[in-house]
Design a protein around this ligand. Structure first.
Ligand code: 5GP
Length: 131
């Protein structure tokens, strides 16, 4: 069965998209640790990040870098923290989270509750800052 992220990429499940090319897709995490928390996903459905072949792995990180730069321009923060967990969704993804301190990247923290309008505005702003 297709992963939930494949279904999002295919438009079957809605999301707040921020970026897409032929191989990768980025959208807002629906349970964000911070405003601008994005997930970056390869369209190829591979569960474990380190099972990606070298070329796709490298390209995936370059795409994530582009998205991180756009988040930086949208959300005031000290830097963008990255995390790879993958215990919930078995489709490789990188979390990009605006952080100001170590505790901001703790996934046990309570998640933000944003309105659809807030999600949409953040996604549009990040998308507008892509190079
Ligand atoms: P992980 O697999 O890295 O442990 O966690 C998966 C992440 O995907 C979680 O942060 C969760 O909030 C996010 N997530 C799960 N389902 C959806 C969904 O349907 N839409 C969006 N935008 N994010 C999701």
């Amino acid at each position: 069965m297709a992963s939930i992220f494949t279904r999002i990429i295919q438009g079957e499940i809605p999301c707040y998209k921020v970026a897409e090319d032929d191989r990768f897709f980025a959208f807002l995490d629906i349970n964000p640790l911070a405003k601008g928390h994005c997930l970056v996903v390869p369209k190829k459905e591979v569960d474990y990040l380190f099972d990606l072949d070298d070329e796709l792995f490298a390209a995936f990180h370059l795409f994530s870098k582009k998205v991180a730069r756009a988040i930086e321009k949208t959300v005031p923060c000290a830097r963008i923290g990255t995390a790879v967990i993958g215990l919930e969704v078995p489709h490789a993804h990188i979390h990009l989270v605006p952080i100001n301190g170590l505790g901001d990247l703790n996934f046990a923290n309570p998640k933000l509750k944003l309105t659809p309008d807030e999600f949409a505005k953040i996604a549009a702003s990040i998308a507008s800052h892509l190079d």
